[in-house]
Design a protein around this ligand. Structure first.
Ligand code: ADP
Length: 167
């Protein structure tokens, strides 16, 4: 993949989701969107969609069999979600830091200003998702944005954007 051997200042892509608990509340949706803008992510693509249960099952298949799996699938299919392709230096790690820990009790204690610490309702209804590695970002971006060519973006657009003052 074109991300290999990239220079230190290069931009990285990640997939971010705003989950149904946050999309349902306009002020929370706006606050999360503002976090994206104020941290100078480039919004490369964005869409809102309603997931089918089968889509959620496929996306979270690694958790199949765990006690929260069924709850997670039902929740993620319960209302619209918003999906973003975001670009930034170290976008994957930066977005995950802004989200905060997975579990809300922990998020409220160790990262109270994080998105999950501020807005998470429960361990499942925790406001946002972010890819956790380069390979999962690539896979997840392809799942949500099948018409988007990551290779072309890294080859043609990233070199033109990396010195843009907003990055
Ligand atoms: P993350 O979303 O932080 O990458 P995971 O991949 O481990 O975390 O989990 C995927 C999602 O499953 C979480 O965002 C959360 O919605 C749900 N989840 C994870 N762990 C639990 C748990 N212990 N109890 C309830 N829901 C959970």
């Amino acid at each position: 993949m074109a991300s290999l051997g990239r220079s230190p200042q290069a931009l990285q892509l990640t997939l971010a989701l705003i989950k149904p608990d946050a999309v349902a509340h306009p002020l929370i949706l706006e606050a999360v969107h503002q976090q994206i803008l104020s941290n100078k992510f480039l919004i490369v693509r964005m869409r809102e969609l309603l997931w089918r249960k089968e889509d959620c099952q496929r996306f979270y298949h690694e958790h199949e069999g765990r006690f929260f799996y069924q709850r997670l699938v039902e929740f993620m299919a319960s209302g619209p979600i918003r999906a973003y392709i975001l670009a930034h230096k170290d976008a994957i790690q930066l977005w995950r830091t802004l989200m905060g820990p997975t579990r809300v009790f922990r998020a409220r204690h160790v990262a109270p200003d994080s998105i999950r610490g501020s807005f998470g309702l429960t361990d499942t209804r925790n406001t946002t998702h972010g890819s956790d590695s380069v390979s999962s970002a690539s896979r997840e971006i392809a799942a949500f944005f099948p018409d988007f060519s990551q290779q072309r973006w890294y080859e043609e657009e990233e070199p033109r954007l990396r010195h843009w003052p907003g990055c």
